[in-house]
Design a protein around this ligand. Sequence first.
Ligand code: SAJ
Length: 416
Amino acid sequence: MIVSVIGLGYIGLPTAAILASKEIEVVGVDVNQNAVDIINKGKIHFVEPKLDVLVHKAVSDNFLKAVTEPEKADVFMVAVPTPFKGDHKPDLSYIKSAAKAIASVLEQGNLVILESTSPVGATEKMMQWMKEDRPDLSFPEFGNNNSHADISVAHCPERVLPGHVVRELVENDRIIGGVTEQCAHRARDLYKIFVEAECLITDCRTAELSKLVENSFRDVNIAFANELSLICDKLDINVWEMIKLANRHPRVNILQPGPGVGGHCIAVDPWFIVDSAPEEAKLIRTARIVNDNKPNFVIDKINHVVNSIGRQESDLTIACLGLAFKPDIDDLRESPALSIAKKIDSMQFNKIIIVEPNINQLPKGFQSNTKLKSLDNALIVADIVVLLVDHSPFKTINIELLSGKEIIDTRGVWSL
Ligand code: SAJ
């Protein structure tokens, strides 16, 4: 059996490598030539613990290779981005390109699985795009379990946590949503090769919504914590202490407030539900708005601190600790820390120091007086320190190094 994984990013590459570790022949496909070259050298192009070892072994054992154009295979797994457009409407263009590319090499008996988190109906759209290009092949019909088609199609949403992908790929239960039951069973047989947990069968629409709901559940709960942080700020109460105490109730489990919600999943997926049911998804939409407003609150705090010390911005050096969307990764997508740093960049500070231990250079768009520096340097020269990401090295600093500085700790790690 040959499995082709389309999209060798945060989900596709670990999935390809784990299948290859089970001695399945895997061909990874990515339009990014640079990523393909790096993978073929047995290396990885982003930070994810334990993935480098897995990819290195898979490539050296000849079970994994990367290419830029799809080749014939038995199974195609699509793990491409599903961002939203400016109006929060889902952008399925990457799925469409993948479907068209697969269609050109599709053969009778193939199984096509959509792993990308997608709005309800996307799996059937992907199938439609393949169907348009391949009228010679028959495709399944949603819910018609008696039909026998040349191609099987399913949606098996990824649900692994960045930073723990290698373990969670194996240990998390999987939802397997078929266009028909037969499609779901075929997909389950594939996942059973590497998933040690349960593979739960349903239809593709239910699988699509359940994935969106998982991330919306988390978004709504983080919004609750973020709203509490605004309330506590107004009432001059330490929100982290208050949450710790409230969580001692046996049925209360409040999440942690922060500078906002980032990443390509939780900050995006709830909008797909809002787009499908705008009148009904009131709470889900409000949670998005609450979380998206948190960076503005942090900027207000910075302005307040500047005013309270009675000095001009142009006389001050400010340090931003962290740019990633969460701790100990290099992923800056939809990062609230990045958006706050960009806002600070447009203010009039004398110097702006960014500390992000997981990247080697600043992303584009920063001005020349904004520099990427070490933590040690930042702690020596900064007048104001804004902690934006709870990266491990920030948690263990000697608190005395912060004395005499203005501190804005958006993650509550220093318990000041
Ligand atoms: N965050 C908080 N407070 C918290 C928890 C998280 O502010 O208490 C913030 C983080 O700092 C980050 C954002 O939320 O900015 C999202 O981080 P996360 O760790 O909650 O989740 P992701 O985006 O890394 O991964 C999520 C996971 N979904 C759920 O936990 C329901 C993961 O299992 C999914 O596979 C992933 O989305 C995805 O790819 O959809």
